[in-house]
Write a protein of this length. Structure first.
Length: 108
């Protein structure tokens, strides 16, 4: 995967991530699997766009993994409603909005 190069702050600053990655976002993202995958989803999709790659294989794989983690977490009364879970869901919504999948955003 081409995620290492995508984690550069210059790439992330131009995405739809709602918190400045230079400040606190990465501290949250590296502490939570779902939020990490959702954050890397934005980075991978943006990197694909920058290099003109229409193959969304990496972003789709990250999206699938983030959703899998979130689905397993929803049964937990504490983690299912944590700030990190809500942030991960918000990232997934922003991704779908950014690629014009508005019909999928209702699920979140």
């Amino acid at each position: 995967m081409l995620l290492i190069a995508s984690t550069d702050n210059q790439v992330l600053v131009k995405t739809l991530i709602p918190v400045n990655p230079k400040d606190k976002w990465f501290n949250f993202a590296i502490s939570d699997d779902a939020l990490f995958h959702a954050t890397m989803l934005h980075s991978a999709a943006h990197n694909s766009m920058l290099v003109g790659n229409s193959d969304l294989g990496d972003p789709i794989q990250l999206n699938t993994e983030a959703i899998r983690i979130l689905n397993s977490r929803l049964g937990d009364p504490t983690r299912g409603i944590s700030d990190l879970t809500i942030a991960a869901v918000a990232c997934l919504i922003l991704f779908e909005v950014s690629i014009f999948l508005l019909s999928k955003t209702w699920a979140h």
